[in-house]
Design a protein around this ligand. Structure first.
Ligand SMILES: [Zn+2]
Length: 297
């Protein structure tokens, strides 16, 4: 049994996944691992495990489970059943569930273009940074059958949620992109800490990183050396402070993480060779950059 999302009763009053809850703790938005319930309309209490743990300290990634004092109470709203995903315990059970849930997760992007900035009312930057050409590409996909909200992946944090969720198998082809190609999470993610040979394709590259702060920009640099086309370097990306001015939470996170030794960095896109010397995370469009990177305490 698992709860993919929980309703936060502490300040933000919306459904979030446990990775978001964990990051909200470090961003100073949430403080209480017990201030969650099943949904807006169901007060069944939930606890966020590993709520205050940094990604470098996780034994298990953050997840929701029934609150301690209510583990015996009956929970009847049905959300738990819906959220319960393919089990990883028992091969037979797993295969059966996966078979049954084929196509259940739409990854609403083309791998070549990455994620778009989500429209969030509270963040005014989103209104003018969305690329109008992307909307045109998306229009033909309105024929897709309506699906539950939790079966749609529109953001990098949502994809990370599945990658770290213990109840999702990372080796099954459960994700379908807008061009109807199927992917498993192991194909989509690439760990730069343990695999130094970089493939020349779009993936979620991730690993331990550091930030160097300069007056007008930050440089995020991976901790480990990697190799691409015989160039050996630590992949890095430069992010102008100006780009962060409309996103105070992220701006504060850059500032905070630049003062600690290391954290986890995720980047959806490609790594390229620059000036025959450096390895850089490719930034095709500044307007989409922030939607395709994630800094995790
Ligand atoms: Zn419920």
């Amino acid at each position: 049994m698992s709860f993919e999302t929980a309703y936060s009763t502490e300040g933000i009053f919306e459904n979030i996944n446990a990775l978001e809850a964990n990051q909200h703790f470090f961003d100073g938005i949430l403080t209480d691992p017990y201030a969650f319930q099943c949904s807006e309309n169901c007060s069944y209490p939930l606890t966020c495990k590993s709520f205050k743990k940094k990604s470098t300290e996780w034994k298990k990634a953050p997840h929701f489970c029934p609150g301690k004092n209510h583990s015996n109470s009956v929970h009847t709203c049905g959300k738990e059943q819906e959220d319960t995903s393919p089990h990883t315990d028992g091969q037979q059970n797993q295969e059966h569930s996966v078979e049954k849930n084929k196509d259940r997760i739409s990854l609403n992007i083309f791998l070549s273009t990455g994620f778009d900035v989500l429209k969030i009312k509270s963040e005014k930057q989103d209104d003018h940074t969305e690329d109008p050409s992307i909307r045109t590409i998306r229009t033909p996909n309105t024929h897709l059958p309506p699906k539950k909200e939790n079966a749609q992946v529109n953001s990098l944090i949502r994809l990370l949620h599945y990658y770290y969720s213990e109840s999702f198998p990372n080796n099954q082809y459960l994700f379908k992109t807008l061009d109807n190609k199927r992917y498993c999470l192991n194909d989509l993610f690439f760990d730069l800490d343990t695999s130094p040979e970089i493939p020349d394709v779009n993936k979620v590259f991730f690993g331990t990183a550091r930030i160097i702060e300069k007056p007008t920009y930050y440089v995020v640099r991976m901790k480990e050396f990697c190799t691409l086309r015989n160039i050996r370097s630590k992949p890095s990306i430069l992010i102008g402070k100006k780009l962060l001015t409309d996103n105070i939470t992220l701006s504060n996170r850059f500032n905070r993480l630049s003062k600690i030794s290391e954290f986890k960095f995720f980047y959806f896109g490609k790594i390229i060779v620059r000036r025959n010397e450096y390895l850089n995370f490719e930034c095709k469009s500044e307007s989409k950059l922030l939607a395709n990177l994630y800094l995790k305490d």
